[in-house]
Design a protein around this ligand. Structure first.
Ligand SMILES: Nc1ncnc2c1ncn2[C@@H]1O[C@H](COP(=O)(O)OP(=O)(O)O)[C@@H](O)[C@H]1O
Ligand SMILES: [Mg+2]
Length: 318
């Protein structure tokens, strides 16, 4: 692909920080993106939506925005909606895809309707008879809040006696709780660049956390988790995983870039979709940059390419 021209990007706002539970991660992502764009010669500036009104973007003459926010008010369609109203092109998915991807229950409903493989699940609310959950999903099972990220509120339930506590842990974050069949096998993630028919999957990454426990600590604070890229899978399994991830991304209507998380069932190598992240981590040791490097695309060039894809997704007169 031809290198985008840094000078043609105009004045660029890197949106990072924000008000979500993932603010700290966003500070790391945005700091990396800002420095990379500046090294490339882009006129890029930090902009923290927690500190100032979005209107400032237009008043200060920004031509486009790189969204390096995670979680609520950043990855969920709200900031995307504000940028549509301001008519400032932005990176990544639009309002609808961002909002759907933020909700694992609705995301799974769309995947299931398209026949895309995702673990069997139940949606639970306070007052439901929880002891019936293992009868339907088997043991172990997973419980998680449908709207969080970074593994907050996620529990692995080994027996009937643990169901209530896992529900309470997830219910701290959401009114609905998602229970899923536990998929035993390696954890995979697939970065995707582009939109629609042009979207392409990068090499698959396999994540090996200590004891198979890929929690917040192992994601961000320890050095014990191993990342294998490209994942050491048979060629036909790699192809199936990439095709499933790409179909999952397109089904939600994602654009620009994103990352699809999956589990690969060890006993039959069947992949199962967990979620799509529309504003994935973007520090220089995050997973999307790792996958890009495996194709020869440097961190700086990846960031510039994502920026060059910035667009308005809602057309018509405004
Ligand atoms: N159905 C499942 N089977 C096995 N492990 C799971 C399952 N769902 C989630 N996990 C584990 O929990 C982690 C977090 O779950 P995920 O759905 O990706 O939510 P988050 O938005 O918190 O990243 C995954 O990375 C994986 O290690
Ligand atoms: Mg995940």
């Amino acid at each position: 692909m031809a290198q985008p021209d840094p000078a043609a990007m105009g004045k660029v706002a890197v949106l990072f920080g924000g008000r979500s539970a993932e603010r700290e991660i966003s500070l790391r992502s945005g700091g990396g993106v800002l420095a990379a764009l500046q090294r490339k010669g882009v006129d890029a500036h930090a902009f923290d939506p927690a500190d100032r009104p979005m209107d400032d973007l237009r008043r200060e003459g920004f031509a486009r925005a790189f969204i390096a926010l995670h979680g609520r008010y950043g990855e969920d369609g709200t900031v995307q909606g504000a940028l549509e109203l301001l008519r400032i092109p932005y990176t990544g998915s639009g309002v609808l895809a961002s909002a759907i991807a933020m909700d694992k229950v609705r995301t799974k409903e769309i995947w299931a309707a398209r026949g895309l493989s995702t673990p069997p699940s139940m949606v639970l609310r306070r007052g439901d008879v929880l002891r019936e959950v293992p009868d339907h999903l088997g043991l172990p099972l997973i419980m998680k809040p449908p709207h969080e990220g970074s593994t907050l509120g996620v529990s692995k339930v080994l027996g009937y006696s643990e169901v209530n506590e896992a529900f309470e842990t997830a219910a701290r974050y959401d009114d609905e709780v998602l229970a899923e069949e536990f998929i035993e096998g390696p954890e995979l993630t697939v970065a995707i660049l582009g939109a629609g028919p042009q979207a392409r999957a990068l090499p698959v990454i396999e994540i090996r956390a200590p004891g198979g426990n890929y929690d917040f600590e192992n994601k961000y604070n320890t050095h014990d988790t191993q990342y294998l890229c490209p994942a050491p899978l048979a060629a036909d399994v790699t192809d199936a995983v990439q095709a499933l991830a790409l179909a999952a991304y397109r089904a939600i209507g994602c654009e620009g870039w994103g990352r699809v998380d999956l589990m690969l069932r060890a006993r039959d190598s069947q992949p199962f979709l967990l979620e799509v992240n529309t504003s994935p981590g973007m520090t220089d040791h995050s997973l999307v940059p790792m996958a890009a490097r495996a194709t020869g695309l440097s961190y700086e060039d990846l960031v510039l390419q994502v920026l060059a894809g910035a667009s308005l997704k809602i057309g018509g007169a405004a």
